[in-house]
Design a protein around this ligand. Structure first.
Ligand code: AMP
Length: 200
């Protein structure tokens, strides 16, 4: 199963991807985590991306497509993966389709976590408070505003892209974490039983 977890910053993608990894053994492929690891390790890639990430903009498509392809080819993804924070643009989605096709696979399902802007802003403010203001350089109210604008401009068009492919399911991302987990589990179980998403 190749699952794309989709939603704006602060929608809970990372939290739910981690739960899927722990409970179902589906590897979490988070481009944000990979890029932060590259920055922490001081690699060339990290140096190239740091200012972009800190400003809330998107790093170039070819960079994230490259790191995803490399990561996906590790043996733990033999049965698929959870894509968390990728794709974020139409060209990335097209590259993902092509990459999977080249390996005889496809995106099986896209779950959109729907969360109102006011709730997203509240969550990031909470994350900043809890971290004492040191956790993520891109977790500031100003950067969040930009990340949301970038989301609506570049990433939200993927909703129509995946809807057209009949792969999109929307889940209420404002429910408590365990409720969201249950809703995702029920979609996954349904798809697992039927082998695909029921249309209509
Ligand atoms: P995240 O942890 O998913 O919120 O990602 C943090 C930051 O990393 C984003 O604001 C972008 O600057 C960068 N990033 C992560 N994933 C991508 C992606 N798929 N495409 C472009 N930039 C990304």
């Amino acid at each position: 199963m190749n699952l794309v977890l989709f939603g704006p910053p602060g929608s809970g993608k990372g939290t739910q991807a981690k739960i899927l990894q722990e409970r179902r053994g589906m590897p979490q492929l988070s481009t944000g985590d990979m890029l932060r690891a590259a920055i922490a390790a001081g690699t060339e890639l990290g140096k190239k991306c740091k200012a972009i990430i800190d400003s809330g903009e998107l790093v170039p498509d070819e960079i994230v497509v490259g790191i995803i392809a490399e990561r996906y080819d590790r043996p733990d993804c033999a049965n698929g993966a959870v894509f968390d924070g990728f794709p974020r643009t139409i060209p990335q989605a097209e590259a993902l389709d092509a990459m999977l096709k080249g390996r005889g696979r496809k995106v099986d399902l896209v779950i959109e976590l729907k969360v109102d802007d006011a709730v997203l802003i509240g969550r990031v403010e909470q994350r900043i408070k809890e971290s004492g203001g040191i956790a993520r350089a891109d977790d500031t109210p100003e950067t969040l505003k930009n990340r949301l604008a970038v989301y609506y401009k570049n990433t939200a068009p993927l909703i129509a892209y995946y809807k057209k492919q009949g792969k999109l399911v929307t889940v209420d991302g404002m429910a408590p974490i365990e409720e969201v987990t249950k809703a995702i589990a029920s979609v996954l179980d349904r798809v697992g039983r039927k082998g695909c998403l029921e249309v209509g």
